[in-house]
Design a protein around this ligand. Structure first.
Ligand code: NDP
Ligand code: MG
Length: 379
């Protein structure tokens, strides 16, 4: 049995991971953590009875609900939980830049890091990858496009493909005319056509920030220059990724859009979960559309700063702040881009040697982004 810790078990990826464990054998859940969704967390603890658990804030009701679970709280507590629970595998399903802190800690305690939290790569850059290498920790991406690329490139025995690509569904606003995008409401944006996900990534899918973060994620994970990482629209999200060789051969990674598939693969790799009812693929449309040039400014900005760590951190931090303001109804959708752009412009490219410096940039970017939110409030 592999000992598994799941961070962010109450979120979209976290709950799907627990679902996956109903059909994938060989795992025992030794630790779970949540943010503030205590009612769902309590149900999970009663069902899985992990010996260790943690939440972002203290909840005395949880501690007194009759479980023998040892509780921790706060970000320090989540780290402590990772230390004492001695997991073999850690799945990071927390959202936001805070995930990097937990991913770095995980590299000190586990043999496999199943990484859904793309912010860990965008904000950690080489630091996280080096830590994994130094400690012999296998990093398996959970993000569907990167799971696809991992599978395509990992099996590669001959020439390395010249280009790689990832797809986007286009998000909730994909059929909106460009001039109307600015006025989209949270209700419009949170209604994703294909995937059911947490609120930030759903907004990021409509703004294309998600694809921007993913180009950066692919750059670090697979060591391709930004120019060699292409992006296409695949409306049914059946094609997740692909690789293109010098002789024109294209290999696709395709399959039903269901996050449980890459989650399970990150746990069972190199084996695959055996699904008793393979789906029919007859008649399935596999279509790639180009991204309309000029339409996705957030993606273009992410491409322009790819490989520049302070700007990547600022891009992510400003988006976290801007998305929260948009979901609260404080700013219009179209201002998310301006807030990110203005914040990123305040940072120069420089080497960041350790986590402390990364955290400083993240903090400063958040504070600048909040100022930008106030400035763009009425515009
Ligand atoms: P959700 O918002 O649904 O869930 C986030 C989880 O993290 C919840 O358990 C939440 O707790 C917890 N959490 C939030 N803030 C903190 C914090 N400061 N410290 C500790 N825990 C915290 O997000 P998703 O599941 O959608 O996404 C998780 C990650 O996976 C993101 O990085 C996202 O980009 C990535 N991803 C998600 C995909 C998807 O389909 N959802 C696809 C590909 C990647 P609580 O709810 O209890 O407050
Ligand atoms: Mg993805």
């Amino acid at each position: 049995m592999k000992r598994l810790a799941i961070l962010g078990s109450t979120g979209s990826i976290g709950t799907q991971t627990l679902k996956v464990l109903e059909s994938v054998q060989g795992f025992t859940v030794v630790a779970l953590s949540c943010g503030r969704n205590f009612s769902l967390f309590k149900d999970q603890l009663l069902k899985y009875r992990p010996p260790y658990a943690a939440s972002l804030t203290l909840n005395s009701e949880l501690e007194n609900c009759g479980l023998t679970t040892k509780f921790f709280w706060g970000e320090d507590g989540i780290e402590k939980m990772l230390e004492v629970s001695r997991p073999d595998y850690v799945l990071i399903a927390v959202s936001g830049a805070v995930g990097l802190r937990f991913s770095l800690k995980a590299t000190e305690v586990c043999e496999r890091l199943c990484l859904a939290n793309k912010e860990s790569i965008v904000c950690g850059g080489q630091l996280l990858l080096e830590k994994c290498r130094a400690r012999n920790v296998r990093l398996i991406p959970v993000d569907s496009e990167h799971s696809g690329l991992f599978q395509l490139l990992n099996e590669e025995r001959g020439e390395r493909p010249e280009r790689i690509f990832i797809t986007a569904s286009g998000g909730a606003l994909r059929d909106w005319p460009e001039e109307k995008l600015h006025e989209a409401t949270p209700k419009d944006v949170l209604n994703h056509p294909v995937w059911s996900m947490g609120s930030r990534i759903t907004v990021d899918s409509a703004s294309m920030v998600n694809k921007g973060l993913e180009v950066i994620e692919a750059h670090y994970l697979f060591d391709y220059p930004e120019k060699a990482i292409e992006t296409y629209i695949c409306r049914n999200s059946y094609i997740h990724a692909g690789v293109i060789y010098g002789d024109g051969v294209v290999k696709l990674h395709a399959g039903r859009p269901d996050m449980r598939v890459p989650i399970a693969y990150s746990l069972t790799y190199p084996a695959r979960e055996k699904n008793s009812t393979p789906e029919s693929i007859v008649g399935l449309p596999l279509v790639l559309d180009p991204m309309t040039p000029g339409k996705y400014r957030t993606l273009e900005l992410a491409r322009a700063i790819c490989g520049q760590l302070p700007r990547q951190i600022a891009y992510n931090a400003a988006d976290e702040i801007a998305v929260a303001a948009f979901v609260e109804g404080t700013i219009p959708f179209g201002n998310i881009y301006h807030i990110i752009k203005e914040t990123v412009a305040r940072f120069a490219d420089q080497n960041l040697g350790d986590y402390r410096q990364i955290l400083e940039v993240d903090k400063r970017a958040r504070s600048l982004a909040r100022e930008e939110v106030n400035r763009w409030y009425w515009q």
